[in-house]
Design a protein around this ligand. Sequence first.
Ligand code: PEP
Ligand code: MN
Length: 264
Amino acid sequence: KLVSKDFRKEDTVIDVKGIKLGGGNVVVMAGPCSVEGRDMLFEIAGRASKAGAKILRGGAFKPRTSPYAFQGLGEEGLKYLREAADAHGMLVITELMDPRDIDLICKYTDIIQIGARNMQNFRLLRDLGELRKPVMLKRGLCATMKELLMAAEYVAAGGNNEIILCERGIRTFETETRNTLDLSAIPVLKSLTHLPVVADPSHGTGRRDCILPMSQAAVAAGADGIIVEVHNCPEEAMSDGDQSILPDDFDILMKRIDIIAQTI
Ligand code: PEP
Ligand code: MN
C-alpha cells in the first residue's frame, strides 16, 4: 500500500507554500466552523495568526444534518477566506463536498478538506487523486483506522501523495460528548502510515471546555497538528458555537501546546 509505513519508512512532509506538515512539526489550523461574513472572518484570522496559527479554516459549503440549516456562503465565503488568509500571511483549508465544485474550491484554497461524511465517497476520492493539491481527509463518523487508510489509498493511487489524516472523533455510546475523540488513533495511525496525522478536538468532543485539554493531549500523543474552531461570538455562531472557543482562549491554547510540543 502506498500510504503504509512498509512502502515508505520516512515520514511524509507536505510543504504547502513553506508551511511544513508532518515530520514532527505541530501546525495549527484555526478559524470558524462556517464563514459567516467578511468582518468576522478578518477579525478571527487576525487573532488566530497573531497567536501562531498558520492555516485559516472555515466552511463555505457546509455538510449540515438538516437541509434547512445554514448551508454556507458558497463562493462568496471562499473569496473572504482567501482575502483574510492573504491579509494575515496564512494558508486556507476549506471543505469540498461535491466533485462538481473541485475547480471552484481549488481556485481559492491551499488544502482541500474532505469531511467525515464524505470519507468514503469513492468517486470524490478518485477525483482528488488526479489533483496536485494537498488533501486533509477526516475520519468518518463510524470508520475504522483501516478504512481511513484505505480512503487515503484511493487518493494516493491516483498519484496525489499529499494527504493529511485527521482524527475528528468517532460515534460511540457516550452522549456527554458529541463524538469520542480517539486519541489512540494518533500513535496507531502514525505507526501504520508515513502520512501526517492531525487531530480535531472541536468536532471530536463538541464541547468548548474540552478543547484545551484535548488539544494538549493530542500534541502529547504525537499529532502533527490540530484544527480548532475559533469564533469571536460563539453564542451567535451559525454552526458549532458550543464547541467554538474565543480568541482569548485560543491564545492560551497556543501557549500551552507550545510547551508540550517542545518537550516531546
Ligand atoms: C467541519 O470541519 O466543520 C466539519 C463539518 O467537520 P467533520 O466533517 O469532521 O464533521
Ligand atoms: Mn464545524
